[in-house]
Design a protein around this ligand. Structure first.
Ligand code: BTN
Length: 246
């Protein structure tokens, strides 16, 4: 076992990702270390967003990885593997979920998990990756302005033991990370694409030029999303260059 071989628990923290980066600078943490807390006062999401999570209700973790075998230009593979590990975990409880590109985990039109991957690249090699995951398990009410949060409890009416969930999630993430190590990146990409939210459906999007109807074809190199516009033009977008109109 790599992921979950070492678990560091803190009752509360500003942010598991921030604390993990600090610990990595000070100590030699083994690969697969999981930094875990019940509460974050400054939980971070993408683009400076805050991550809401009620004390003791959800999984808030950061995982230390040393994926030096991955070329920095292919580092989106790590996001893909982590997204799939979370999907494997969810499949233990619910039948339907998807990955909203780049790495939000959705159940129908609601977000159950967010991922914040932060990597350090030195001399064209990934020195370390911190994979932060916020996975909503038992929270019953969300108070922030996030548009569409949901939890396993809200979906199933069942409360879950967080320690059991942490172990299960660790097992599922470990399996996916080992697939990456073993060179099964083609399989990871294929499964990731097959689970994309609104894959191959004609939907409304907005890019810098304005709104348009298009459909997601795949996710290509560097994690760019490939969308066909009505009329046949195919464009690739990086995160924040394209918006889904829900
Ligand atoms: C997003 O959807 O914007 C990403 C959210 C990531 C939240 C998790 S919670 C654990 C880890 N620590 C943080 O500060 N953020 C990530």
């Amino acid at each position: 076992m790599i992921i979950g071989s070492n678990i560091l628990f803190f009752e509360n923290l500003p942010s598991t990702n921030t604390r993990t980066a600090y610990l990595l600078k000070k100590n030699n943490l083994p690969e697969g270390t999981v930094v875990y807390t019940n509460y974050q006062s400054e939980g971070r999401g993408y683009s400076g967003n805050k991550w809401e999570s009620e004390d003791g209700k959800n999984l808030l973790i950061s995982i230390v990885l040393f994926p030096s075998f991955i070329n920095p230009s292919d580092q989106f593979l790590i996001s893909m593997a982590i997204s799939l590990g979370i999907c494997d975990f969810l499949s233990r409880f619910i039948p339907d979920f998807s990955i909203k590109w780049p790495n939000d985990i959705y159940v129908n039109n609601d977000k159950i998990a967010g991922i914040l991957i932060e990597s350090s690249v030195i001399d064209k090699k990934i020195e370390f990756t911190i994979a932060g995951i916020g996975l909503n398990i038992n929270q019953e009410k969300f108070i922030s302005t996030a548009p569409n949060p949901v939890s396993l409890f809200l979906l199933t009416g069942i409360s879950y033991d967080l320690t059991v969930c942490l172990n299960q999630l660790g097992t599922d993430l470990d399996k996916r990370y080992k697939q990456l190590i073993a060179g099964y990146s083609g399989l990871i990409k294929k499964e990731y694409v097959s689970k994309l939210y609104h894959l191959d459906e004609w939907r409304e999007f907005r890019d810098i030029k304005g709104g348009f109807t298009g459909r997601i074809l795949t996710v290509g190199d560097y994690g760019l999303i490939k969308i066909e516009k009505e009329g046949g033009e195919i464009s690739e977008y990086a995160f924040k260059e394209i918006e889904f109109i829900l």
